[in-house]
Design a protein around this ligand. Structure first.
Ligand code: CAA
Ligand code: FAD
Length: 384
């Protein structure tokens, strides 16, 4: 009846999926357990990811990117996250927060200077919104950016910053006109090594242990005015608009973690025998697999729909929040089921699913907790 609803991937999308899957299996899989144990940042792996064009996927080739759509990006994210969720978060922050933010809202000079090396993967970036006392309540920014004429004087602390030490460029959200509350916030570009800018302690985390999460300290950091993104006071809108796309990336990461755990559980269930037959022949295991498969597929369509909305130029606040909320809930649940299907073997590192269970948890927390996604969805539906 209708030609507009098409559930099959194009040849181009299929080849992106294949390329990302191949990269994940050959480059990421071999060291993923060791990197998790040692909390070692995947420097070489991220460099290769950049060389393949996966760090600036949606950026115009004019600015060093791959010029692909958001659907390509989520397809690739899923495949990377199936194997290594730590690499996936580096990819997500660089693509959908840092590159997208600069691409959409940066000046031509900012794009030339910062977006080009970021999109080509020469350097990576960080997105700095959260503070010790401003996480979900993101408008309560304490970091200040005092207007000094030609420059801003930045003081304060940012918390939990992904790529905190590995980044070269930081998009920093800070309060300039406190009396205007969120309308007085600015987004500034800070470079690593600037006087007064110090990378603080590295967090010792439950999951995504190979990603580097740091606090950042700003002590009288001078940021020239031409490094402000957008108009004076645009910083909070910048952060929220950018995060809508970021949430699609994290939803794809969650989807990948869930799908990766499911693939391992499915394979294992056919190999492991109990009571004289493979455990996949016990109905209790079949029901777990069936439910995992169905929920993961539902999450996948929600992620694709959010990506499609963004590509079509539709509003995607609601579909991004729904995809992020649902995919992260599925990831936490499906990885726990994958451990259960593996029995005792699921509880040890060698079988990967215990790491996936630990990695899944963060997807319910960052880029807006599950509670905040529901708040965003509720506000959108009640507006109608
Ligand atoms: N898209 C566009 N604009 C949005 C928006 C969205 N999703 N959400 C809020 N806004 C706008 C509102 O329209 C409003 O603008 P106006 O005043 O011009 O109308 C402004 O932002 C303030 O919004 P609210 O009045 O709704 O403010 P609030 O304080 O009641 O709620 C919030 C805001 C939705 C809870 C917001 O603070 C939020 O999203 N919090 C979660 C923060 C977050 O996601 N942090 C992620 C950090 S980055 C990260 O985590 C990276 C990583 O891990 C890898
Ligand atoms: P809080 O806001 O204190 O929330 C605590 C609990 O209260 C949560 O369950 C929350 O859902 C609930 N809650 C709060 N407000 C409400 C409400 N109104 N209604 C219902 N429930 C509510 N931030 C960045 O800016 N950049 C990064 O790169 C980045 N990377 C991160 C990486 C990691 C590993 C981690 C752990 C965090 C990262 N974050 C980053 C921060 C992350 O976005 C925040 O941790 C998150 O937004 C939650 O904020 P919070 O930790 O202050 O929790």
């Amino acid at each position: 009846m209708t030609d507009s609803l098409n559930f099959s991937l194009s040849e181009e999308h299929k080849s992106i999926k294949e390329a990302a899957r191949d990269f994940a299996q050959t480059v990421l899989l071999p060291g993923v357990i060791e990197r998790d144990i040692a909390c070692s940042f995947p420097k070489e792996e991220v460099k290769k990811l950049g060389e393949l064009g996966f760090l600036g996927m949606m950026v115009d080739p004019q600015y060093g990117g791959s010029g692909l759509d958001t659907l390509s990006y989520v397809i690739a994210m899923e495949e990377i996250a199936k194997v290594d969720a730590s690499v996936a978060v580096v990819m997500s922050v660089n693509n959908s927060l840092v590159c997208y933010g600069l691409d959409k809202y940066g000046s031509p000079e900012q794009k030339e200077k910062y977006l080009k090396p970021l999109a080509s993967g020469e350097i990576i970036g960080a997105f700095c919104l959260s503070e010790p006392e401003a996480g979900s309540d993101a408008t309560s920014q304490r970091t200040s950016a005092e207007d000094k004429g030609d420059f801003y004087l930045v003081n304060g602390i940012k918390n939990w910053i992904t790529n905190g030490n590995s980044a070269s460029v930081y998009l920093v959200i800070a309060q300039t006109h406190a009396e205007l509350r969120h309308k007085g916030i600015n987004a500034l570009i800070v470079e690593k090594g600037q006087e007064g800018f110090l990378v603080g302690k590295k967090e010792d985390k439950l999951g995504i242990r190979a990603s580097d999460t740091h606090s950042l300290n700003f002590n009288d950091v001078k940021v020239p005015k031409d490094r402000r993104i957008g108009e004076d006071g645009f910083g909070f809108k910048f952060a929220m608009s950018t995060l809508n796309g970021g949430r699609i990336g994290i939803a794809a990461q969650a989807l990948g973690i869930a799908a990766g755990a499911y693939e391992l559980a499915l394979k294992y269930s056919k190999e492991r025998k109990a009571f004289g037959k493979p455990i996949s022949e016990h109905q209790a295991i079949q029901f777990k697999l069936a439910e995992m498969h169905a929920k993961i597929q539902a999450a996948r369509w929600m992620v694709y729909k959010a990506a499609w909305d963004k590509d079509q130029g539709n509003s995607y606040i609601e579909s991004a929040a729904m995809a992020k909320w649902y995919a992260s809930e599925v990831a936490m649940w499906a990885t726990t089921e994958a451990v259960q299907i593996h029995g005792g073997y699921g509880y040890v590192r060698e079988y990967h699913v215990e790491r996936m269970m630990r990695d899944a948890k963060i997807t319910q927390i960052y880029e807006g907790t599950s509670e905040i996604q529901k708040l965003v969805i509720a506000r959108e539906i009640l507006k109608l």
